[in-house]
Every structure is written in structure tokens, then in C-alpha cells.
Write a protein that binds this ligand. Structure first.
Ligand code: WQD
Length: 340
């Protein structure tokens, strides 16, 4: 299939582009580079040995988006593009709602007008909010997010269900990720957050490579084995392969719109991750224990059984592989991707 990957220059998007190409699909990328770099295109083409057309514009421009669909003969869409910083979304809710929703509406309009019926959506476990029966998450349907970012995912999932209900033949997979981490084993693509990382793994990697002085562990007094929070960390290559599996199973979905948890089904604590990274990097990681971060749950991980059985997909990579691949990327690219 000829697949349009929105946000394909981003962290999960770029790894999914590679997995789609390796599975024999053609890929077209659209990205506005608001949180990624154009140099990703060269890395993807070198790794895949294939030409990967990049279109650089903002998807909220509906006219340009429709022209893209007409010009590129798209068969399916994998949609990552969107703002995703939880904290930033709290201080800039309107910017988040407008960007994330308008970009999606623009894609759906173009699909309607050009007869594209396959859609894979990058959703998030954040739609489970803090009221769901944690830590074990089946595809829980009483969605409620605690940030505007998470709410954009809840709203988009609702919009997709309503649009598919009036379009016979549309097939949509909603992929709810837990904690994406790791990098392609080549070390040529990886996570490159702009500014100070919010998430644990890029912060650890930047401490290990000397860009940051030390890690602050946000609380060690949680009701967990070692007192630090537990999360379902999934290797980004497992995640990318999950998108390919979802795309290739769209025609067999049990219902036109179906949600899948993409996770490992087990939790790893902050300190377990710190020590695994020390083993991978062969160096001590300086850290201090600070106060809890508001909103953090003690333990939160996936029940990936539906994805395992219905998509024939399973996360296979270990925490040690995650740390080794992350370290290979970060040590080879201490300041992330070059600007040009
Ligand atoms: C993991 C653990 C922190 C940084 C977030 C988003 C969620 C999803 C995945 C998009 C927590 C601890 C972190 C640090 C620390 N993103 N930590 N020191 O919060 O589970 O999920 O990313 O969909 O929406 O909320 O991930 O990596 O921020 O934190 O101790 O410097 O690491 O307290 O326990 P989180 P995270």
C-alpha cells in the first residue's frame, strides 16, 4: 500500500516509516517540523535504501492536504502529527485543541474527497485517565484524560467513531501506547526532544551522555516494590511493528473502529530503568530523589492481549535492549539530529 505517515519525521513516526518500508509498503511523509528535523529524511533513505518523499507543511491547511492526497495516490493514513507535551497542553489548551483537532479534520476531509478508507491513529494510554482500574488496562472505553493533550486524543477517537459510522467500508485502528522508549538498533534514528525532556528515558540518556548533570527521581515513596513509579516501557521498534500489523489487519477488524493497547503487559520502575541504563552505558548515572510529580500514578501498564491475538503482534524487546539501543543512538548523536 502507499501509506501517508503524518508526523513521519518525529520519534515514533520515523521508526514506523522504516518498518512500513521494510514490510514492502511505499511511504509518503507530511511533517511541519514543529517538533522534528528535516535531516530525518536522509537518515530514513540511507537506512531503507528507498526514496521517501517528504512534504513540509502544516496539516491544518486543508487545501494543501487535499492536493497532497490527489498528487500522491494515497491508499492509507497513519496519523502521528500533533502536539504532545502534557504539561505544555495545560498552559496552552486552545493551541493544542486547534492544532491536534484541525490537523485530523483536514486529513479526514481529504480522505472523504479522494476515497481513502484506511486509517491508523496514534492514540495514547493517557485516555484512560487516573480513574480507570489501574494498573491493568484492558481496552477500557470510559475514557477521561487529565490534560488537554489527553483530551485531544479522547475527542479524536470519538470523531473517528462518528465519521466511520457514516462511511461504509472505512476501517480505523486506534493504537493506545503506554511509554515509548528505545531507538532503531542502527543508532541512526531515535528520540530527539526539543528543549528539556519531560520524559524519563531521554532525560536519562542526556545525563549519561553528559548533556544534563543528574536525573531527579520524582518520588521514591510510592506503594511499589522499590518505591518508584512503574510504567509499561515499550521499545519503539515494537511499537512501529504494531502499526504495520494494525494497518495490515484493518480489513479483518471485528468492528469498523477498534482500539488496541500497544504495550508489554508488565511494569518497570524508575530505579530499575536507571540501573539497566547504567549496565548498557557502562557508567554510573548520577541521580537524586526529589518530590513526587503531580499527576503521576504509582503503577500503570497495559493489557495487550487484544493486540496479541487480533493483530498477531507482541512486544518482544527487553529493557536491556531498550537501554542498549537508546545508548547507541544518544552516544552517536549527543545533540540529536543536526539542523541541516
Ligand atoms: C515515567 C516515570 C515519572 C522524568 C508520559 C505521558 C503520557 C505518554 C507517555 C504521550 C514517572 C518518572 C520522569 C524524570 C522521573 N505520552 N520521571 N524523572 O508520565 O508515564 O507518561 O509519556 O502519550 O501521556 O504522560 O512518562 O517518562 O514522563 O515518566 O522520575 O526526569 O518516570 O515520575 O514515574 P509518563 P514519563
Amino acid at each position: 500500500m502507499r501509506v501517508l505517515v503524518s508526523g513521519g519525521a518525529g520519534y515514533i513516526g520515523s521508526h514506523t516509516v522504516l518498518s512500513l518500508l521494510e514490510a514492502g509498503h511505499d511511504v509518503v511523509v507530511v511533517d511541519d517540523f514543529s517538533n522534528s528535523k528535516p535531516t530525518v529524511q536522509g537518515r530514513l533513505e540511507a537506512l531503507s535504501g528507498k526514496h521517501v518523499p517528504f512534504h513540509a507543511f502544516d496539516l491544518t491547511n486543508t487545501e494543501k492536504t487535499e492536493q497532497l492526497f490527489t498528487h500522491e495516490q494515497i491508499d492509507a493514513v497513519v496519523h502521528f502529527a500533533g502536539f504532545k507535551a502534557v504539561g505544555e497542553s495545560v498552559s496552552e489548551p486552545l493551541r493544542y485543541y486547534q492544532n491536534n483537532l484541525d490537523a485530523t479534520f483536514s486529513l479526514l476531509r481529504a480522505m472523504e474527497r479522494t476515497g481513502v478508507t484506511k486509517f491508523v491513529f496514534s492514540s495514547s494510554a493517557t485516555v484512560y485517565g487516573e480513574h480507570a482500574p489501574v494498573p491493568y488496562q484492558e481496552e477500557y472505553e470510559h475514557l477521561s484524560a487529565s490534560s488537554p493533550y489527553g483530551q485531544t486524543k479522547v475527542v479524536i477517537e470519538r470523531v473517528l467513531a462518528d465519521v466511520a459510522a457514516v462511511h461504509e467500508g472505512w476501517r480505523i485502528a486506534l493504537l493506545r501506547y503506554f511509554n515509548p522508549v528505545g531507538a532503531h538498533p542502527s543508532g541512526r534514528i531515535g528520540e530527539d526532544p526539543q528543549g528539556i525532556p519531560n520524559n524519563l528515558m531521554p532525560f536519562i540518556a542526556q545525563v549519561a551522555v553528559g548533556r544534563r548533570e543528574r536525573l531527579t527521581v520524582f518520588g521514591d515513596d510510592y506503594p511499589t516494590a522499590d518505591g518508584t513509579c512503574e510504567r509499561d516501557y515499550i521499545h519503539v521498534m515494537d511499537l512501529a511493528e504494531g502499526h504495520v500489523a494494525a494497518l495490515e489487519h484493518l480489513e479483518e477488524l471485528a468492528e469498523p473502529v477498534r482500539a488496541f493497547n500497544l504495550g508489554t503487559g508488565r511494569g518497570t520502575s524508575v530505579l530499575e530503568m536507571v540501573h539497566a541504563f547504567e549496565r548498557a552505558a557502562g557508567r554510573e548515572l548520577p541521580y537524586e530523589v526529589g518530590p513526587r510529580r503531580p499527576g503521576d500514578l504509582a503503577a500503570f501498564w497495559a493489557d495487550p492481549a487484544r493486540a496479541n491475538t487480533e493483530l498477531g503482534w507482541r512486544a518482544t524487546r527487553t529493557i536491556d535492549e531498550i537501554c542498549a539501543d537508546t545508548w547507541r543512538w544518544q552516544s552517536a548523536n549527543p545533540r540529536g539530529y543536526p539542523d541541516a
